[in-house]
Write a protein that binds this ligand. Structure first.
Ligand code: NAG
Ligand code: NAG
Length: 391
């Protein structure tokens, strides 16, 4: 009897401790010797225009909406919920996705009016169905450790003006395709799935270990920036473009900037189809297959990145083409590397016209020298900002 009782009390203690202590997100470990630094400071003019825009402000908490003016790249016009009220999520639950309770993230994110959504504490949100975020929303996890995990995750379907900041999104699983599908059911296990949407900015998120992609943007989505995020431990990282046949993605424009593609990543950082992809000032560390790939004639402009190859002699190439007709076809695709720093034998195979006007036309932001990335510790992924201090 007393043993049963002890075990029961033990379980109770463990489960309540588990309920209250939200595990910390991973942080970037020391980089290889060629990239050294001990500074995690952010607003010290390290040349990151997004961070320099708000992180030095000791009152960032009272000025949260200033963030909406800090975006760069193709997603820079996304205003998120700037025109709306603040809404504070107080309930980590998702008991009734069809009729969500006030206080939950689902309730806030599915309202019609613009909202700037914040959180009252650290929490892990395990969704029952993918959460279809409505237009004109900011989900702002700054100041808390907010995780979306162990269930279906976020979907942006036919929306515009969404900002997602400072969320740790991991262990996402496919949505159920059932009676709830009017409210979701689109995600096949991505961290963030973007369909037919525009003016989207994803910044300072940490993403890992999802069933399908970490972030996929398809079906005519465009004007997207993915920045300052830390991705790790995943196979197919980012898919941009639905299929080779789907011409609706011809005008897709995506900026990938200041991200850290860290340990345990295999391929698709990103994998592009059609469209225009500006890949600027990211650090890529030891991909297991390739870093940047594509098919169906995408334009890829890689500028000011640091590519650190692994010691495997077969995976030194940054790029990969999937082309039914082989060289004949892909040699026409405009892929260019400018000012990238290649470490440990990494190499980028360019193609197309070196001076194609499309590079100037679709240059979405100014690249900083890659050497700057190597002198500061990458301040990426979710931030542990203290209230009342510069972040
Ligand atoms: C660490 O920071 C100090 C002070 O900024 C600097 O002098 C030193 O060179 C840095 N060390 C490394 C390894 O970057
Ligand atoms: C995306 O486009 C394809 C091809 O037209 C279509 O089959 C699919 O249903 C679309 N997906 C969504 C979620 O609308």
């Amino acid at each position: 009897m007393s043993i049963v009782c002890t075990i029961f009390l033990f379980l109770l203690t463990v489960s309540s401790a588990f309920a209250f202590a939200v595990p910390k997100p991973p942080i970037v470990r020391q980089l290889s010797t060629s990239v050294t630094s001990n500074s995690t400071a952010s607003c010290s003019a390290n040349g990151n225009p997004i961070d320099d825009c708000w992180r030095c402000d000791e009152n960032w908490k009272d000025n949260r909406k200033n963030l909406a003016d800090c975006a760069v790249g193709f997603g820079r016009d996304s205003i998120g919920g700037r025109a709306g009220e603040f809404y504070t999520v107080t309930d980590s639950g998702d008991d009734n996705p069809l009729n969500p309770s006030p206080g939950t993230l689902r309730y806030a994110a599915t309202q019609d009016q613009p909202l700037w959504i914040i959180f009252d504490r650290d929490m892990v949100i395990q969704l029952k169905q993918d959460l279809q975020v409505a237009s004109y929303k900011t989900i702002d996890g700054r100041g808390n450790n907010v995780q979306i995990a162990y269930g279906p995750c976020l979907t942006l379907y036919k929306v515009s003006n969404v900002i997602i900041n400072n969320l740790y999104i991991h262990d996402c699983v496919p949505a159920k395709r059932n009676a709830l599908s009017s409210l979701g059911g689109y995600s096949d296990g991505d961290g963030i799935s973007i369909f037919e949407s525009r003016d989207i900015w994803i910044d300072h998120c940490t993403l890992e270990k999802c069933y399908d992609g970490l972030i996929d943007a398809v079906n005519g989505s465009t004007d997207i920036t993915i920045s300052n995020s830390y991705m790790l431990n995943h196979n197919e990282v980012m898919l941009l473009g639905h299929s080779d046949e789907y011409s609706g993605d011809r005008d897709m424009r995506v900026t990938i900037a200041f991200n850290y593609f860290g340990e345990g990543l295999v391929q698709r950082m990103p994998r592009c189809r059609h469209g225009y992809f500006h890949i600027v000032n990211n650090i890529y560390r030891e991909w297991k297959m390739y870093a940047i790939g594509g098919s169906a004639n995408p334009t890829i402009f890689s500028q000011g990145n640091v590519f650190i190859a692994s010691n495997n002699q077969f995976t030194k190439e940054v790029t990969k083409r999937e082309s039914a007709d082989g060289d004949e076809e892909w040699k026409e695709w405009n892929w260019k590397s400018e000012g990238d720093e290649m470490v440990n034998g990494a190499y980028f195979t360019p193609s197309g016209k070196e001076d194609s006007p499309s590079y100037a036309k679709f240059s979405s932001m100014v690249a900083r020298p890659a050497s700057l990335l190597k002198t500061t510790h990458p301040s990426v992924g979710v931030l542990s900002c203290e209230i009342d201090q510069a972040c």
